[in-house]
Design a protein around this ligand. Structure first.
Ligand code: 3PG
Length: 306
């Protein structure tokens, strides 16, 4: 079988070497397409592939259509808003992700962003400490739980809101469950977003929630830019000159945000939450193992389009 790794944002070399080893030891062949500039290159490369490993690369209906032999696609990472699941299902292509594998890297970035914003983006001036502050975790999944644990270790108080996780489970980990988003935003100096970009969450964070935050509050977005209501973000940052917003990756209106709000906003130029060798190795190797297991015995653990 031919396994194509297609990454506009390449994996670390050690991850590629590890994927190659797993794939070849299982008797398959590895092909690599990195830093491609256009979807047409992905469509050409995937045309004879039996399996596909991607990161945030867009696996559109057109890509699936171009891949006549494709049996499985694995998103080496958590968020799968880049996969057209309907198109995969239509062509009987199994789609998977690798939940949790890059979570620590993203959690470390969220903590780093809190400190960066508390210290005036490392420019002169009196900043503040995160110890003793309260952080609200919006979605207590793989990343959210790791942010909570690290925040507690740094002396922060942690609250979380997640309708899919019981209050008991949060309390057992020393996290205060919030009954509503409003309660959490009202109480927390930082809000760390870990929600997926789905119809229910897209554009859901904006004026009404941010206006509840205490003085100096900061929203930390290592989830997806799409969850923010960008015009409302401009409105609340204009009205409340104390609030801050830090994001991985830039908002569509980032130029406007930078111009109007200066050091109160910061965006990474390229999504870098999972940009560590460790995360690349964990997620890349997991993807390769999942593909080999599927070909070996039909294992569909982590299938998204069941
Ligand atoms: C994810 O959903 O796993 C993260 O956003 C990482 O995305 P990336 O693989 O494109 O860096």
């Amino acid at each position: 079988m031919k396994v194509l790794v297609a990454t506009q944002k390449p994996f670390a070399a050690a991850a590629v070497a590890g994927i190659k080893k797993i794939v070849e030891e299982a008797g398959h062949e590895l092909a690599l397409l990195e830093k491609y500039a256009d979807q047409s290159e992905l469509e050409a490369a995937v045309s004879d592939a039996d399996a596909l490993i991607v990161r945030s690369d867009k696996v559109t209906a057109q890509v699936v259509e171009a891949a006549a032999n494709l049996k499985i696609v694995v998103r080496a990472g958590a968020g799968y808003d880049n996969l057209d699941l309907e198109a995969c299902t239509k062509k009987s292509v199994v789609a998977m992700n690798t939940p949790g594998q890059n979570a620590n890297a993203v959690a470390e970035l969220a903590i780093a962003m809190m400190i960066y914003m508390s210290r005036n983006q490392f420019t002169p001036g009196t900043g503040s400490e995160i110890q003793g502050k309260k952080v609200g975790i919006q979605a207590y999944g793989n990343v959210g739980r790791l942010v909570a644990a690290k925040a507690k270790a740094l002396g922060m108080e942690v609250m979380a809101f997640d309708p899919f996780v019981s209050a008991e489970a949060m309390l057992a980990e020393g996290v205060t469950p919030a009954a509503s988003l409003e309660e959490m935003y009202s109480a927390c100096n930082f809000i760390s977003l870990h929600i997926p970009a789905i119809p229910a969450t897209i554009g859901s964070i904006g004026y009404d929630l941010m206006k509840l935050m205490p003085k100096g509050g900061c929203v930390v977005n290592t989830a997806r830019k799409e969850v923010m209501n960008e015009p409302e973000l401009v409105k609340i940052l204009s009205e409340r000159e104390d609030l801050k917003y830090v994001t991985d990756v830039a908002a569509c209106n980032q130029d406007e945000l930078n111009e109007k709000f200066g050091k109160r906003v910061f965006a990474t130029p390229k999504k870098m939450g999972a940009e560590t060798a460790e995360a690349n190795i964990n997620a890349g190797l997991a993807a390769a193992n999942q593909i080999c297991a599927y070909f070996a015995d039909g294992c569909t653990r982590f299938q998204l389009n069941k």
